[in-house]
Design a protein around this ligand. Sequence first.
Ligand code: G
Ligand code: G
Ligand code: MN
Ligand code: NA
Length: 252
Amino acid sequence: QQIEERLREAIEKDRLYVSYQPLVRGAGKIVGAEALLRWPDGENGLINPSAFIPIAEMTDLICCLGNWVLTEVCRQMAEWEAQGRVLVVSVNISPREFQQENFVEQVQEVVISTGVRADCLVFELTEGVLLTNVDKVRNKMRRLSELGIRFSLDDFGTGYSSLQYLKQLPINTLKIDQSFVRDITTDSNDAAIVATIIAMARSLDIDVVAEGVEKKEELAYLIKCGCTLFQGFYFSRPVRAKRMASLIPSKQ
Ligand code: G
Ligand code: G
Ligand code: MN
Ligand code: NA
């Protein structure tokens, strides 16, 4: 497959980079960021991850890609930390990547070699990860938790959202998928779904992030429902590392 070959080449030649989208609390305090992979392709501008991640996911290429992203993010976080800028960063982990037999060891190695603070790392898992043997998943999550890593459940509401997972696994945060947030001001079903997810998360003492917040009216409704954490173009688009650094509240 052509795109697969080009992607392998892009990894080898170090043509990929990571953008960061701020995670905001309340009226706009930056409390973290999500790492998002970017592939600039000479002629066509940026290739969207939704065009190449699914292809990478069909083979082990996703594991190579995932390891590249994690290493780059941890290297960047360690560099920021040395400048007194401590930021919690979440990284998307695809199911196939998580399911690797030696995934925990790989993560451990990246943490040690980069010197990153593992308690500033969050792994975003999708429900796809959780569809396999729950004991195995829980065991891996526990071992990663022991390193200090926390977990959020991404794209919540789009998949097979079994509430069982929330009880059985150490999940700190739910991310409400942007497909629900997009229509909360026009679709009363989506408005009700979002309100219910927020109430449920709060009653389970799980943090909840609303994704894809673009408009003031959406934000107002989410706040009314009790949501306090947001991501979306209303606050900031994903930005390059340099710009992100300038947004991190410095401790010095
Ligand atoms: O960045 P953008 O909004 O275009 O992302 C599109 C999709 O690609 C999202 O579902 C996002 O989670 C996914 N994605 C972005 N970066 C990564 C990454 O580093 N690893 C994985 N597995 N998925 C990613
Ligand atoms: O699946 P995941 O939640 O990781 O996807 C994140 C994707 O959502 C990224 O590709 C990011 O660029 C995109 N995104 C972030 N905020 C917004 C927003 O406010 N509106 C839209 N349309 N996309 C957004
Ligand atoms: Mn995500
Ligand atoms: Na999401």
